[in-house]
Design a binder for this molecule. Sequence first.
Ligand SMILES: [Zn+2]
Length: 271
Amino acid sequence: MTKKWEVYAFRYAAMPERYEAELFIGGRTDANWGMDYFFWMLRSGEEVIVVDTGANSAKMPAKGRTPLISIEAALAGVGVNAADVDKVFLTHAHWDHVGNLDSFPKAHFWMQQAEMASITGSDMTFAKIRGAYQSDEVQRLVGLVYEDRLTFLDGDGSFADGVDYLFMPGHSAGQTALQIETASGPLLLASDAVHYYREVAEELCFLAFNDAKEMLAGLRKCKALVGGNWDRMIPGHDPQITWRYPAETRLDNGDPVALRVDLPAMKPLEL
Ligand SMILES: [Zn+2]
């Protein structure tokens, strides 16, 4: 029988004001979407897979983001010690996803070969593409290769029993999503192949990309995978995740941190 996984989204940072015009081609200047920042964890019995490592909290204020909790504290809240984690899957290498690689000193990492080729090659001569990455973080990823701690993926495949990875380039050259078996059925953890539910429902064109046409094709692929059932999809940055799913841990002010996105949503989706 296929293994079933619990899926956690940790809301570690937020940007309460993020207007549609800053997010999508042709977006309205007066529509505030906000943006939440997540990293994820899959758990099945004793087995833990961390998905992405969030942004480095020291770098966030200068970029206008408010860090809410360290990733170590977020994991500790659900009984996981970051220093003991042995598997970290990287969906892509944008700064808000690989900012805390050294918080996982015992971990092995997995990432698409296409992402590494992009972030160490001529793509980075374009300032607009390079802007989503941090030089020190890219250098740290190269360091992990030299430490035999990074395995390259090439396209689609199986990562673990009940966890498949799906290559969805466009937003970045190596953007990858995960299809995860849960007790309530398959769940597509889209990461930034989709940032917001409305982005995929309306086929909106996000303003940060490596290849716009590939990115739009990825939206269609995600839509087809969930067959129009949006509750089977977890986008990378939608604040609706924070307010629709059951929270296992909260900040002192009551705002959710650890969200169980494999459980049924508590509120209907707004599209
Ligand atoms: Zn992101």
